[in-house]
Design a protein around this ligand. Structure first.
Ligand code: SAM
Ligand code: SF4
Length: 498
């Protein structure tokens, strides 16, 4: 066969004058010349709020890498500053405006030095407040909602031609299909664990929550595109995948047969991707925990025995007013079924205290559900009235001092259970996925199956591997352990491949 002749997948023969090697080299040189002719611009992205925003920030960075933006950790050096914002509580929104105050000063200094960095507000504050952001913070050049990130390059071009841009529509296009896959370099810089958004938005309309308004209706990605993204991550060295969604277990993306697939189906499919060592998913709604998903915790060796299952309140009266669509007894029954399937399951939750008309008795029901379940940890928040949500209009709001006092009591109760859960690990051998250097020289930090950080003395060559550690002590947030010998680790590693 002559040089340059190759069989195409359709069976035809194609010819070119250069050796394939030369063509590749020429293209690489062309790319390099183009890169050198353009100045590499600097991008600073700051994420607020949940993991979904962290994921979105990565995807924006990946997209902008194609436009010759390189990430920087110094906002003062940046040509483009993106704040990827959270609207879930009032405090989260105020943080964004105070950050914009700091950025205004940076932009002023940059202008004196002859530069004009672009400032963009993305995420849920962008979606909820739109043009109001530009009015309140004129330093902002672009406001872009979470469904519109694939339009970033086009919007940047508009800003560069002098316009202020606000884009918060919910387009029908699949934004994921239009975003760029992460490069090997970017994936490696982010570590051996990765989030993958599989579902966005929410149809539940809890009366306190802005998510259905800022993220829109529930949308799930097709199984095939998620699997392709996981394969790309794994090829670059990722070993643990956490599937994320505002309501991840409501997942209903298109499966191989063209019909909607469930989250348990998706987990089973991803478990077949070689070299995925661990799987997790978050955040789940109690109403969407079906029997197949519970069974997956028994049947899939690589699905970790850990579940974040927010209950919000222990009082039926408050749960009904929140429109949570389940009772306290139904939640406890679900926990019992999960534990019957996987007895060592670590359960965590979210709680809201001081929801309108919450009485001391309601609050005590919340305290005692913490005892009854024995959560391994939980996030807890004072109720924050969000404009546009039904609960915000209620007249029976709880005084802030009462919320503060209840929050302190709840957090004390949660911490007691968390410490007990962690102390119970002392003396046990736990498999730890080693992720990155720890606090002290020679130390690595990884995660136990229950998602606890574990500090061990280990060489950096073990990053990305699962090692078995004997837990020797607990700190305020992490466990301390000693690695078993390499010989002892081998069978454990084989067992986790699933
Ligand atoms: N979809 C998840 C669920 O159903 O539990 C929760 C997602 S939400 C983004 C994360 C957490 O923020 C909620 O579980 C809730 O505890 C808290 N949260 C949401 N709205 C809140 C509000 N208005 N005030 C205080 N906390 C709130
Ligand atoms: Fe918000 Fe979760 Fe309720 Fe949806 S289910 S409205 S995301 S708290």
């Amino acid at each position: 066969m002559p040089y340059g002749a190759g069989a195409r997948p359709d069976g035809a023969i194609s010819f070119c004058r250069e050796k394939p090697y030369d063509v590749g080299r020429r293209r690489a040189l062309q790319d390099e010349t183009i890169r050198n002719s353009k100045r590499l611009r600097k991008l600073y992205v700051k994420s607020f709020g949940c993991q979904m925003n962290v994921y979105d920030s990565h995807r924006m960075t990946d997209l902008l890498a194609r436009e010759d933006y390189a990430e920087t950790t110094a906002p003062a050096d940046a040509d483009l500053i993106i704040l990827n914002t959270c609207h879930i509580r009032e405090k989260a929104v105020e943080k964004v405006y105070s950050e914009l105050g700091r950025i205004r000063k940076l932009k002023h200094e940059a202008k004196r030095a002859g530069r004009n960095p672009v400032v963009a507000v993305a995420g849920c504050v962008a979606q909820a407040e739109g043009e109001e952001i530009v009015r309140r913070a004129p330093v902002v050049d672009m406001v872009i909602g979470p469904q519109n990130y694939h339009r970033l390059p086009a919007l940047l071009a508009q800003v560069e031609s002098g316009a202020k841009v606000v884009d918060t529509e919910f387009p029908l296009q699949d934004k994921f299909a239009r975003l760029a896959p992460a490069t090997v370099t970017a994936i490696r810089a982010r570590g051996v664990t990765a989030f993958v958004t599989v579902q966005e938005g929410c149809d539940k309309f809890c009366t306190f929550c802005v998510v259905p308004y800022t993220r829109g209706t529930e949308v799930s990605r097709p199984v095939a595109t998620i699997v392709a993204e996981v394969e790309n991550l794994v090829r670059a060295g990722v070993r643990e995948i956490t599937l994320i969604g505002q309501n991840v277990n409501a997942y209903h993306g298109e499966g191989a047969n063209g019909r909607p697939a469930t989250l348990s189906h998706l987990l089973n499919r991803i478990a077949k991707v070689p070299s995925v060592l661990r799987l997790r998913y978050t955040t789940s709604h109690p109403r969407d925990m079906d029997e197949n998903l519970i069974a997956a915790h028994r049947d899939l060796a690589i699905l970790m025995p850990q579940l974040h299952l927010p209950v919000q309140s222990g009082s039926d009266r408050v749960l009904a007013a929140m429109n949570r669509r389940h009772t306290r007894a139904e939640y406890l029954d679900l926990i019992a079924r999960l534990r019957a399937t996987r007895p060592d399951m670590a359960l965590t939750s979210d709680f809201i205290v001081g929801f309108p008309d919450e009485t001391e008795e309601d609050f005590r029901d919340t305290l005692n559900i913490v005892d009854e379940v024995g959560f391994a940890g939980a996030f807890s928040f004072k109720y924050s009235p969000r404009p546009g949500t039904p609960a915000a209009d209620r007249r029976d709001q709880i005084a802030d001092e009462v919320k503060t006092e209840r929050l302190a009591r709840l957090q004390d109760r949660i911490e007691r259970h968390q410490r007990a859960f962690n102390r119970n690990c002392i003396g046990r051998s736990l498999e730890v996925l080693l992720e990155k250097p720890g606090r002290n020289p020679g130390q690595l930090v990884g995660r136990s199956p229950y998602l606890q950080p574990v500090q061990v003395m280990a060489p950096s060559s073990l990053i990305g591997e699962i090692a078995t550690a004997q837990i020797t002590d607990v700190g305020s947030n992490s466990l301390f352990g000693a690695l078993h010998s390499m010989e002892a680790r081998a069978p454990a590693l084989a067992g986790t491949g699933g």
